[in-house]
Design a binder for this molecule. Structure first.
Ligand code: HEC
Length: 220
């Protein structure tokens, strides 16, 4: 019992004494109440808390910072028709009339080529033309390569890999072209009684295909 009292007393008196001794000790022999003791070099710190590493993409500057350019809207078959009628250049811009009646400008690479390369473009679940009409013309359906500009111009029925086959662009007369005849489907029906492209196309797909964003509108 007496031992316990002694311990409690000891702790009650001892602890404050130690704390006081430490505080006084640092005050007189250390740095007073500041952290500016001479002789002790504290690391130079900035008043700004350490920055968290940035995880967002770097902001774009210059030309890249401009907002998305406005696009025109046009039916896929009309866009193709405008390109063919303008002489089907690979790089030269051509004009087409969009759904609002404005004269818009487009190019093969930017606007037309995706009609052949992209799946789900003609309708939900549609294969890309190049699923069947691909670069290996010996094996491709109708021995036709729609995967590149040169392939499209080379045409179909290149059974032995001939450099050119049957012209599918109607020599620039859109309504005469096989391309038009395989794609334009008034009332969901082919004009020439052949399967509509892309093969497997349901009859509820609009006759001129989907309305897509393409080209750029005239400057205001
Ligand atoms: C799933 C395979 C498949 C896909 C995808 C496909 N085609 Fe075809 N294509 C065919 C078949 C099969 C024929 C032959 C049809 C027939 O029997 O008349 C054909 C024929 C053609 C022809 C006529 C060639 C000729 O010499 O008579 C053209 C042009 C054509 N396709 C363009 C396209 C375009 C453009 C697309 C994409 C919008 C496309 N095809 C997507 C299978 C396909």
């Amino acid at each position: 019992m007496r031992d316990l009292k002694a311990i409690i007393f000891g702790v009650l008196l001892g602890l404050p004494t130690l704390v006081l001794a430490f505080a006084l000790g640092t005050y007189f022999f250390g740095c007073n109440s500041t952290n500016s003791c001479t002789g002790i070099a504290l690391p130079q710190t900035t008043p700004i808390p350490t920055l968290i590493p940035a995880t967002l993409p770097a902001p774009k500057v210059g030309a890249d910072a401009s907002p998305a350019k406005p696009r025109c809207r046009v039916a896929a078959v009309d866009l193709l028709g405008a390109w063919v009628s303008a002489g089907y250049s690979e790089t030269e811009p051509f004009t087409f009339t969009d759904v609002k009646g404005q004269t818009c400008t487009a190019t093969f690479t930017e606007d037309v080529q995706k009609l052949f390369l992209e799946a789900n473009l003609w309708y939900d679940g549609s294969p890309a033309c190049t699923t069947c009409h691909y670069a290996d013309v010996l094996k491709a359906t109708q021995n036709m390569d729609l995967s590149s500009y040169a392939g499209i111009l080379a045409g179909s029925q290149r059974k032995n890999g001939e450099p050119t086959g049957v012209d599918i662009l109607g020599g620039g007369v859109w309504e005469n072209s096989l391309m038009y005849q395989m794609l334009y489907a008034p009332g969901g029906q082919s004009l020439i009684n052949r399967p509509l492209m892309p093969l497997g196309r349901p009859s509820n797909v609009p006759e001129k295909g989907p309305i897509i964003a393409a080209g750029t509108p005239p400057a205001p």
